[in-house]
Ligand binder design. Sequence first.
Ligand SMILES: Cc1ncc(COP(=O)(O)O)c(C=O)c1O
Length: 405
Amino acid sequence: MHSFGLNVSKRMILMIPSVLPTYNRAPLQFVKGEGAWLIEADGRRFLDLGAGIAVNALGHAHPALVEALTSQAQNLWHVSNLYQIPQQQALADKLVETTFADTVFFTNSGTESCELAVKMARKYFYDKGQPDRVEIITFEGSFHGRSSAGIAAAGSEKMTKGFGPLLPGFVHLPWNDHDAVAAAINDKTAAILIEPVQGEGGIRPLPDTCMKGLRDLCDEHGILLILDEVQCGVGRTGKLFAHEWAGITPDIMMVAKGIGGGFPLGAVLATEDAASGMTAGTHGSTYGGNPLGCAVGCAVMDAVADPDFLAEVNRKAGLLRQKLEGLVASHPEVFEEVRGSGLMLGLKCKAVNIDVVNAGYDNEVVTVPAADNVIRLLPPLNLTDEDIAEALQRLEKAAKQVAAA
Ligand SMILES: Cc1ncc(COP(=O)(O)O)c(C=O)c1O
């Protein structure tokens, strides 16, 4: 039979779509991006306050990123990590220069960064002659990816139901309860793993004092502090990495999303001591640290690590937050509060958050739902003051629509 005929008849008997239906997708098909704007197939222009869930740190089609990607694409796309990769070396050097880290391993996603962070912590204690120190303390509402380690780390029923047996060795504690953490640490504990600002959990920043408290507990007990900055890192909160606000440093940090500006790229950053178990042959990746991703990552870092850029992020974050406070005050039937840090903001809703997101689509503004009935605003870090003014007008219309429904 002709293959076209075969496909048509196969499609007629199948109930499942050809794309595995694990997402409830909005009926929107974006075909182009320009700065903080997305253009739908029908020509409508949407203001993008989601940035692909905190990915497009420099907006869409940023000239420096397009240039980095296309010029690299003309030379070399891929070589194995069996060889020297100068773009990878350059990006690692930039990260080591600008952060607490002494060494970096590149991944393709946040989930893969979580996998390595967990392996690194366990190997550290194994090599130190404490092979029973395998447990990692994590927190209610957290999100660390969809791999077996990621869902076990999060621990929620929503993430884990039906996927057992789960990877053992995670201890789940309430969010922001120092005494619970202090009481849970024992001679099996290897690390504490936490997002400085919970993203999927509903934009919940950990207070600086709590972050300092966790660092102190780790120091006191000789265990590792692993920070998941996949969503809150790379300038998102107005510092290069969110933990800088608390004046502490982690031992291991997971990064992804913004670091690639839209190209799939992640990283695990670590101190020399925390990384000491990860010797040749203990970990690897076919694609992690490939020339294309790292060329783009270097361009992202050149822009975002600039103190003037971060100062602008903070200024715009202040402006956006102030306007959002006004929006919440004028629509108390729709919104409860503004929360978050920098340009990682959440509107806790009184209305159903999905209704607010959908009303946003009707008014051509993109936001992202999160747990705890929150909508997330994670715009490109370089959105303009005009974009902010436009965002508020559109959110205002969406709020009125929800209130009138
Ligand atoms: C805090 C956090 N960690 C890990 C992940 C997983 O990253 P990825 O989807 O790139 O695997 C995410 C993704 O949303 C995240 O927000």
